[in-house]
Every structure is written in structure tokens, then in C-alpha cells.
Write a protein that binds this ligand. Structure first.
Ligand SMILES: [Zn+2]
Length: 244
């Protein structure tokens, strides 16, 4: 009877250990970490492009100011040239040359401005896409975090229930048996008890001797596997529970 309780205790302990392992190493943790990293790198990339856009806009503003200056300079010269104030032919010729030069400069500036405006627009479109990708990634991260939290809550709840069951069960087992169980569990990585199914120790898959087989039918006897040293418990049926 006590052996059967010890077996149940071992089953509970193994389930609790498996749950603990699952809580610590659930793949969802990794997927949350990956989603977080993805969101972070997208954010960094977006910030880089935002800075680039700021810089382009600043350049564009300066260019527009230059253009304004150039244009008023040209207008003033144009006025002077055709205003009739200057009569000297040589001076007029020079002024005309300069005016032509200013016109060319203004055209070049205009072209540069247009190209920059296009670059700004393109970058704005790119950033729009990046922002929506970033929002989707943040949403995915939230969803994964929620799933992980939900899974962990479920696992913890089950673990607490099993731990309560274990405490109740341990309370029904005599201290000296518990002590034996603990020693055996420590020695065999939590599997100190092994069932004997069809005369084979399930702990090491080795046939037990006929002498041991005889002892197994004595409810008072403690029988240890001669091969692996585990405490043996009788089970007559394959893939079935331990005999009551
Ligand atoms: Zn064995």
C-alpha cells in the first residue's frame, strides 16, 4: 500500500518537474523574445530614416531660402538693367552677363530643389510603410506576450494544484517511507521507483531474477533491481497502472 503511494508520489513529482521545465522553457518565451527584437530593430531602423528625413527637410528649407534670395537678386538686377537708370553700355553688358548667370544659377537651384522634394516625398512614403509595419510588429509582440502570460497562468495553476495534491499525498505516507523515497529519487534523478512489467524493470529494461520476482509478491518486502538499484513495484499489465 505504501509502495503504491510512493509510486503516485513519484508520478506527481515527475509531472510537477515537467511543468516547471515547461514554465521555464516554453517556446512562447523564445517567440516573444524574437518578436521583441524584431520590433526593436524596426524601431531603430525607422528612427534612422526619420533622422534622414529631418536632414533632407532641413536641406530643402535652406535650398528654398537660397532660391528666394537668388530670385530677388535677379529681379533687382532685371529692374536695374531695364529701368533706364544705367546708361553706360559696358556696364549694361556686364549687367546682362550677370543676369544670365543668375538665371542659370536659379535654374540649377530649382532643379536641385525639385530633386530634393522628390527625395523627401519618397522617404515620407517609405516611412509611412515602416510606421505601419512597426505598428503591426508591436501588435504581434503584444499578442505573443498575452499568449505567453495566458499559458504561464494555466501552467502555474496546474502546478499549484499538483503541489497541493502532493502535499496531501505526502501527508498519508509514513516518514520513514518518505525518507526512503527521497533518497531513491535523488539517486535516480527523480525516478527512484520502477515498475516491473512482464518481469522487466522499467527503469533499466533488464529482466529481474526469479528470486526477486518471488519477493515482489510479498507486500512487506522492499525489492531493489539488481541491475539499476531502483525500488521495484509490481505491475502485471503492460502499459497500465500499478497494481492496487
Ligand atoms: Zn532496473
Amino acid at each position: 500500500m505504501q509502495l503504491k503511494l510512493l509510486w503516485d508520489l513519484q508520478e506527481l513529482d515527475l509531472s510537477i518537474a515537467a511543468l516547471t521545465e515547461e514554465i521555464e522553457n516554453t517556446p512562447l518565451r523564445e517567440s516573444v523574445r524574437e518578436a521583441g527584437e524584431m520590433a526593436e530593430s524596426l524601431k531603430t531602423e525607422t528612427e534612422g530614416e526619420e533622422n534622414r528625413l529631418k536632414e533632407l527637410r532641413r536641406k530643402l528649407k535652406n535650398l528654398e531660402l537660397d532660391l528666394l534670395k537668388k530670385s530677388s537678386e535677379r529681379e533687382a538686377l532685371h529692374k536695374k538693367l531695364y529701368g533706364g537708370e544705367v546708361g553706360n553700355i559696358k556696364e549694361l553688358e556686364q549687367m546682362e552677363k550677370k543676369l544670365n548667370f543668375l538665371v542659370k544659377e536659379q535654374q540649377a537651384l530649382e532643379e536641385e530643389t525639385l530633386a530634393l522634394m522628390e527625395a523627401v516625398e519618397e522617404l515620407e512614403r517609405l516611412l509611412q510603410g515602416m510606421h505601419s509595419r512597426g505598428a503591426a510588429q508591436a501588435q504581434e509582440l503584444l499578442e505573443k506576450e498575452r499568449q505567453l502570460e495566458e499559458q504561464l497562468a494555466g501552467l502555474s495553476e496546474t502546478k499549484e494544484r499538483l503541489q497541493a495534491e502532493r502535499a496531501a499525498l505526502a501527508g498519508r505516507i509514513e516518514p520513514r517511507w518518505l525518507e526512503r523515497y527521497n533518497i531513491m529519487a535523488q539517486r535516480h534523478h527523480g525516478r527512484g521507483l520502477a515498475r516491473v512489467v512482464n518481469d522487466i524493470c522499467e527503469g533499466c529494461r533488464v529482466f529481474i531474477s526469479s528470486a526477486q520476482r518471488g519477493f515482489l509478491y510479498n507486500p512487506q518486502a522492499l525489492v531493489y533491481c539488481e541491475s539499476c538499484g531502483r525500488l521495484l513495484i509490481k505491475s502485471d499489465r503492460q502499459n497500465d497502472g500499478v497494481e492496487q
